[in-house]
Design a protein around this ligand. Structure first.
Ligand code: ADP
Ligand code: MG
Length: 684
């Protein structure tokens, strides 16, 4: 389409403007309705220049006394405006000739901007200018300021939105009873209030987005998020998968040979999963359980249920260390039952890999454990019926889906995702609305609670002494090196230095070192030695953060603990307290502590329950990082905040279920209004 050509059905918008509006995701007048103000400016009042306060936005009205293009220190347009009470300098570093014309000598103009004290007295840089007609009054309402992009001025947006408000239908799509229950205004009313706030509107509520009109829009947005997640869930559920009825031949045998009994929570989760697997639709379940709650056993039972039916199951773990540990654990559990497990990881020798690959390809081995090596090209699992992803938040969506694609043509394997990153229930509702969730809310018995100690780094020597005592007493210890996020090189150097110092200080002990840059076989050898008790102290970077399970290790030292996030500290601390010995976690911190650092250490010191810690984390960090953690296709929220609007999430979910069941046309219309044609994104 030639630039400048008008767009049909979109008055006053030519193709050039349309291209720019498209960058704002505005593809037609209807989209403009939901393009809501970022903030508002109060142009209902004038401030005398003499009374304008530096650092605050103000609107002044005066006469142009001078206006010229100045070339030093750089090219800029400088105008002087006086209102009788004082004179103000306005400067524009980028300007159009039209602007210069606007500021003709003697004109009355209104300038809106932040006042600062500059070299020439009070000034405004890049203020908004409007020429005032004689006798023109002030606006009676707050002026909306919209998110925009280069080449689309506020005035243009305002004009387009004004027109859309007058011409576009604003159908009410929510049931009136729900609006009454939540105390929310109708759709049209809410949009009018946000785009054209009445003169008596509460500016604070508008600015803070707590105004009922905002809440109404945010509720609708959360509702649409729920609708699309539930739709995606139902669409996946409608596909077919291999039904794997619980035969019990292998699962029962495992439970009989285990040295312990599953907890009630493990039994409950295992039963939920067993029922899912028996259905002819793909399971899509998240198994959430705090560090040490015993997720591996639940996964093993599910994998055996596949094997009982002659189908394959694969478990993918995010690190070599963890994959190998799972492999060893599963092999140890399953060898007595005569069930073999294949192990695929980047670190294994070519020849070993080839053997494993062939056995999996032929269906000779039914169970596989590995890193992302499992999803690499040559791997085929022709009878894959169950895919387990451990520490699922460590993988991107694409990797998780790739494992699913490894199965036979057209057959969707059942999916079990596991996570030890507990998230508060309301967040789970927005993030996992497309999954079923089982929770392990109980730790196996016999665990002695971990005691946490906070120690200033001035007392590092005492901590070294504690490590010596613990290890001479037959226990083992982890020493986690300071986190240096900015530089990997520095991180490695620090790990090496810490190791050297501890080797020197603990000459009577056997000290090992693992970090991310070691070759896989080196890493694996060190981890195995530690697990076998051949090393007393393991100096490590956060590579040991997830999953590592060495029950005899009962002392965890974390240096510069204030640099770690709460979830990370909780994960790290969870490496101890896995055996019957009393475990201690020593958090060494450096002074001075920042406010957040102090707050985080207090939380980790006072709490051991992962859910409590997650709630506190949410409070301290805000939900942004939780959102990032899932790296999923969950639609981003434009207006609703998972912090401020958390109370709207549960009702949104409830209404979503209700609409999908009873008013599918309203559900469709809502999704069209908010997502246009973008629902497809979620169908993964
Ligand atoms: P996580 O949920 O963190 O992945 P794991 O599966 O690694 O936890 O289990 C932690 C430890 O607890 C392992 O050593 C495991 O063998 C053991 N374990 C699991 N279930 C039980 C149980 N019911 N009773 C006793 N120990 C158990
Ligand atoms: Mg685990």
């Amino acid at each position: 389409m030639a630039a400048g050509q008008p767009i049909r059905g979109w008055n006053g918008v030519n193709s050039q403007l349309a291209g720019r509006l498209a960058k704002l995701d505005l593809h037609g007048p209807r989209d403009l309705l939901l393009h809501l103000p970022l903030r508002y400016e109060d142009e209902t009042r004038l401030t005398p220049i003499a009374a304008a306060r530096a650092g605050f936005p103000a609107q002044i009205e005066g006469e142009v006394l001078a206006c010229e293009v100045v070339l030093r220190p750089r090219r800029q347009l400088v105008a002087r405006v006086s209102d009788g009470s004082g004179t103000l300098v306005a400067r524009w570093l980028n300007f159009y000739p039209s602007q210069q014309k606007l500021l003709a000598l003697g004109r009355r103009v209104r300038l809106f901007g932040e006042v600062r004290s500059g070299f020439f007295g009070d000034e405004m840089v890049h203020p908004r200018v409007r020429v005032v007609a004689p006798g023109e009054g002030l606006p009676t309402a707050l002026t909306p300021v919209y998110p925009t992009t280069a080449g689309v001025g506020q005035a243009t947006l305002r004009k387009l939105i004004e027109r859309a408000l007058d011409t576009e239908p604003m159908d009410e799509l929510l049931p009136p009873a729900w609006l009454a229950r939540l105390g929310l205004p109708g759709f049209a009313e809410a949009l009018q209030a946000l785009h054209r706030p009445p003169p008596d509107a509460d500016p604070w509520a508008l600015e803070q987005r707590t105004h009922p009109a905002w809440r109404r829009i945010k509720f609708e947005e959360l509702l649409v998020q729920q609708l699309s997640l539930r739709r995606a869930y139902l669409a996946r559920r409608a596909r077919s998968a291999m039904p794997l009825p619980a035969r019990g031949s292998l699962t029962r045998a495992l439970l009989e040979t285990l040295p312990f009994r599953p907890t009630a929570a493990q039994q409950r989760a295992a039963a939920e999963i067993a029922a899912d697997l028996a259905a002819p639709h793909p399971m899509q379940r998240l198994l959430q359980g705090d560090v040490g709650s015993g997720k591996t056993l639940v996964a093993a039972l599910a994998m055996l249920q596949a094997a009982e039916n002659g189908w394959q199951a694969a478990m993918m773990a995010p690190t070599e260390i963890l994959a190998e540990q799972h492999y060893r654990k599963l092999s140890a559990w399953l060898a007595p039952l005569g069930v073999e497990v294949a192990w695929l990881s980047g670190g294994r020798r070519k020849r070993e890999r080839a053997v494993e690959l062939a056995r999996l390809h032929d269906g000779e081995v039914l169970l596989a454990v590995g890193t992302h090596a499992l999803i690499e090209d040559p791997v085929t699992l022709p009878r894959l019926a169950l895919a387990v992803v451990d520490e699922q938040h460590r993988f991107g969506v694409r990797q998780r889906l790739a494992l699913r694609e490894k199965g036979a043509d057209g057959l969707r394997p059942h999916m079990l995702m596991m996570s030890a990153t507990p998230i508060p229930r309301t967040l789970a509702m927005t993030h996992y609305a497309d999954l079923d969730v089982s929770v392990l809310d109980e730790l196996p018995p016999g665990r002695t609670p971990i005691r946490t100690r906070l120690v200033s780094d001035a007392r590092r020597d005492e901590v070294v002494g504690r490590v010596r005592d613990a290890c001479l007493g037959g226990r083992q210890a982890y020493w986690v090196c300071p986190l240096i996020e900015e530089s990997e090189a520095l991180q490695l150097q620090t790990a090496q230095d810490t190791f050297d110092t501890l080797v020197a200080a603990l000459a009577e002990l056997r000290v090992g070192l693992v970090h991310g840059r070691l070759r896989n076989d080196e890493k694996s050898a060190t981890m195995s030695a530690f697990a076998a008790g051949e090393l007393d102290v393991l100096v490590a970077t956060t590579v040991i953060e997830v999953g590592v399970d060495v029950p005899n290790a009962s002392l965890m030292v974390i240096e510069h603990a204030e640099r770690f996030g709460l979830a990370q500290l909780h994960q790290l601390r969870g490496r101890v307290g896995r055996g019957t010995a009393e475990s201690v976690c020593i958090l060494i911190y450096a002074q001075p502590l920042s406010q957040t650092g102090r707050e985080r250490l207090k939380v980790i010191y006072e709490n051991t329950d992962g859910f409590e810690i997650a709630r506190a984390d949410l409070r301290i960090r805000g939900p942004g990082e939780f959102v990032g953690a899932r790296q999923s296709g969950v639609p981003l929220l434009r207006y609703a905040s998972l912090e401020a609007d958390v109370d709207l999430i549960a009702p949104a979910r409830e209404l979503a279920e209700d609409l999908l069941a009873h008013k599918p046309t309203a559900a469709d219309a809502l999704m069209r209004r908010w997502l246009g044609g973008r629902e497809g994104l979620l169908q993964a």
